[in-house]
Design a protein around this ligand. Structure first.
Ligand code: ZN
Length: 384
């Protein structure tokens, strides 16, 4: 397969050569006329395929104001309307693929309600879509670990069954014992040789303390490059000097950050993270589910949200937003063979845009999506 006359990352026009699902080379293109942009496959760094209502009729949200209201509301709704993680998860994953996402990290609930049923459903989905979408699954203790007997064992079993990473959740706020919670998470990671991705919504100094505990454990186990803190709102709450010190600890330990760039919360500082060498990438988090009616399976739209949240204006800055849903997300999640180099998996996204910055802001579906060397979508529509 040859993809003719495209501009890789906005560079000079080239023809891209692909064989057996890999990029095998580039040759200069002398064809007349403007060439569209070529991006690597987009990366969804954080979503919840098992929670979404994607593809279902509109669901009226009447949830109460507390975190516990949302947790209970989700459980009640799942039973009431017969949600199925495999069906809705597949609808969302396919919509992501049509919009150019070829790598995706999903957290998957492991709690007293779901036990291992969501894990089994999404392991099946991961296998079914293996040729066109590279899915990572994080075993996620949505209701904490210590509060419910059995969760630690179910997490252990989820990793044995094939989950790619172990999750955690607000170790002080939910389990009220950060040391024990994090020791369990990192012990499971060590036992199975798998990475860690922890939801950390804790604000201010409480969240900062949790970050320090996570950095200590990452260093002690030599897990640099294999640990992610998702959200990390505390870094947006504390004073700039304190945030810098925390970012320094995360950089030294090799802990990455993932943000959804939510309009309603303080977020880790993007510019300082880049300057201090911390990988900060992006993900949608909840997409059209009982937690949030917002968001869409569209990583260029998420990049635009990153741009808005961080007040990125200049073209060079908007390229940082694109980095957050491409190279940095692949690095943070540990997706191998990524990018537009020779030998990389041929995940190619062709966008009709003059520049990388325009690709981020224009809100237009990719003209063409190639995944693993196969054409999978055109103009936002999956190929039969
Ligand atoms: Zn999440």
């Amino acid at each position: 397969m040859i993809l003719n006359h495209v501009r890789p990352l906005g560079g000079a026009p080239a023809d891209v050569h692909v064989a057996e699902s890999r990029i095998t080379g580039f040759t200069p293109s002398t064809a007349p006329g403007p060439a569209p942009l070529l991006l690597p496959g987009l990366v969804e760094g954080h979503c919840h395929l098992d929670k979404t209502l994607w593809g279902r009729p509109w669901w009226e949200n009447n949830v109460g104001p507390l975190l516990t209201d949302r947790i209970e509301n989700e459980k009640r709704t799942r039973r009431a309307i017969g949600m199925e993680a495999a069906r809705e998860g597949r609808a969302l994953a396919e919509a992501h693929l049509a919009a150019g996402t070829t790598r995706l990290r999903s957290h998957v609930d492991v709690d007293e309600e779901s036990r291992l049923t969501h894990v089994e459903a999404l392991l099946g989905l991961r296998e079914a879509m293996r040729d066109v979408l590279d899915i990572q699954l994080v075993a996620f203790p949505q209701s904490g670990i210590l509060r419910t007997p059995g969760v630690e064992e179910w997490l252990d079993e989820a990793l044995r069954l094939g989950c790619d990473a172990v999750g955690g959740l607000d170790p002080s706020l939910i389990d009220r014992d950060p040391v024990r919670h994090l020791d369990i998470v990192f012990r499971l990671a060590e036992r199975h040789g798998k990475p860690v991705d922890i939801h950390l919504h804790e604000a201010g100094e409480l969240g900062a303390f949790s970050m320090e505990l996570i950095a200590e454990r990452t260093r002690a186990l030599g897990m640099a490059g294999r640990v992610v803190i998702s959200h990390g709102f505390a870094l947006g709450d504390v004073a700039a000097a304190r945030a810098d010190a925390l970012l320094g600890k995360l950089a030294e330990a090799g802990v990455a950050l993932c943000t959804s760039a939510p309009p309603s919360r303080a977020v880790p500082p993007l510019r300082r993270a880049r300057e201090l060498g911390v990988t900060l990438f992006a993900g949608n988090d909840n997409i059209r589910d009982t937690w949030s009616p917002y968001n869409a399976p569209d990583m260029l739209a998420r990049a635009a949200m990153v741009g808005l949240k961080y007040e990125l204006r200049r073209d060079a800055e908007l390229e940082w937003a694109l980095d957050a849903v491409t190279t940095l997300a692949a690095r943070g999640c540990g997706f191998a063979d990524y990018g537009l180099g020779v030998g990389a998996r041929a995940d190619l996204v062709v966008v009709e845009a003059a520049s990388l910055a325009e690709a981020v802001v224009q809100r237009k579906a990719p003209a063409l999506v190639v995944s693993g060397g196969r054409v999978v979508a055109r103009n936002g529509v999956l190929e039969g």
